[in-house]
Design a protein around this ligand. Structure first.
Ligand SMILES: [Zn+2]
Length: 74
């Protein structure tokens, strides 16, 4: 068991995997936003990451993170 500070809300939480950086609440929120972004991509497959960032209002970095994690496939 590891203890980390959530990168979003800074709350201390326990987890098993070294890659987990969000507490369960922020992770759930993140998943929800990710689903929205995936919907935008499905409707507009030719968007760039910058376009996605502009449309969704999410930081460019967040979208790049999902791409690196393989959560979004371009
Ligand atoms: Zn959090």
């Amino acid at each position: 068991m590891r203890i980390s500070n959530c990168i979003v809300c800074n709350k201390v939480f326990q987890h098993e995997l070294p890659t987990v950086r969000r507490c369960p609440e922020c992770q759930a929120e993140n998943e929800q936003v990710l689903r929205k972004v995936k919907d935008i991509i499905l409707e507009n497959p030719k968007l760039t990451v910058q376009d996605l960032s502009d449309i969704s209002g999410l930081p460019y970095r967040q979208i790049m993170e999902w791409i690196h994690e393989g959560r979004i496939i371009r």
